[in-house]
Write a protein that binds this ligand. Structure first.
Ligand SMILES: NC(=O)c1ccc[n+]([C@@H]2O[C@H](COP(=O)([O-])OP(=O)(O)OC[C@H]3O[C@@H](n4cnc5c(N)ncnc54)[C@H](O)[C@@H]3O)[C@@H](O)[C@H]2O)c1
Length: 263
């Protein structure tokens, strides 16, 4: 894709899972990357495996001083910043039993962390006419069993991103969200015991394409949003969900045929 080679990105949550796939895809496109994550051993291992163009910077995005250190390290090593990818998240969620502390922690990591990073990156993104991609989710748009805090934060990211897009447009900075459906990740790996086929079978009725997403499919969309090909796209949300959100409550069954059969 045009406009990625020689650029510099910060990817929060880039040490594992979908974030790591974004890091790998960016590196493949010639972008230099700073992995900003609390997962030190995976982050260092990934950075080492990808060579000189990748730096791991231990960063807890719930702390402003870590965010500042991350941006300083980026500029010191690569002298510029073009893209901020806010993929880090916590799945901390106890539904209606969530405490105020958990509520605030969830907002702090999932919403405020990305906001403060974007704010501190702003002067550098202004220089490069850069782009921000915030990770939302299908969970932002519909109720899902057992969830409350996580979905609320993902919903907030949509509105935050629209406002960031407007506030930063005058500086030539674009801000968009990606909203993945079920995507192969650490949680699904642990829950299914690594069984991708069983996971696809569970996901099939509510994803039109009959399977969960691949990490690379999400990463490719992030790259598109950063690239020159998306130069007129800002304030938008791109669902990468195999048709999850386009499917109505009838799912994929022919309800009228069921009615006729029931006579
Ligand atoms: N996996 C899915 O099915 C799915 C679906 C929709 C949206 N998403 C979104 O995609 C993104 C990645 O999801 P995932 O499933 O790969 O998540 P994950 O839990 O596997 O990875 C999240 C990463 O964020 C890091 N992190 C957590 N707290 C942090 C903090 N305070 N500071 C810095 N880093 C921190 C973790 O160490 C980890 O590397 C998330 O924003 C998630 O909401 C995922």
């Amino acid at each position: 894709m045009k406009g990625l080679n020689g650029k510099v990105a910060i990817v929060t949550g880039g040490a594992t899972s979908i974030g790591a796939a974004v890091v790998e895809a960016l590196v493949g496109a010639g972008t230099k990357v700073v992995i900003a994550d609390i997962a030190v051993s995976s982050g260092e291992k990934l950075a080492k495996s990808l060579g000189d163009g990748v730096l791991f910077q231990k960063t807890d995005i719930s702390f402003d001083h870590d965010i500042k250190k991350c941006i300083d390290a980026t500029i010191q090593k690569f002298s510029r910043l073009d893209f901020v990818i806010n993929a880090a998240c916590t799945y901390l969620d106890n539904g209606m039993n969530s405490t105020r502390e958990e509520f605030l922690q969830s907002v702090n990591i999932n919403v405020a962390g990305g906001f403060v990073l974007t704010q501190k990156a702003w002067p550098y993104l202004k220089k490069t006419k850069g782009a921000v991609v915030n990770f939302s989710s299908i969970g932002a748009k519909v109720a899902q069993p057992g969830r409350c805090l996580y979905s609320m934060t993902k919903g907030a990211i949509h509105q935050l991103s629209r406002n960031e897009a407007l506030l930063l447009a005058k500086d030539g900075i674009r801000v968009n969200t990606v909203s993945p459906g079920w995507t192969w990740c650490t949680v699904l790996d642990e829950l299914s015991g690594g069984d991708k086929k069983a996971t696809d079978n569970i996901a099939s009725p509510f994803h039109m394409l009959g399977r969960v997403g691949k990490q690379k499919e999400i990463a490719d969309t992030v790259l598109f949003l950063c690239s020159d090909h998306a130069s007129f796209i800002t304030g938008a949300d791109i669902p990468v969900d195999g048709g999850y959100m386009a499917l109505g409550p009838e799912q994929q069954d022919d309800a009228l045929a069921k009615l006729a059969d029931a006579r």
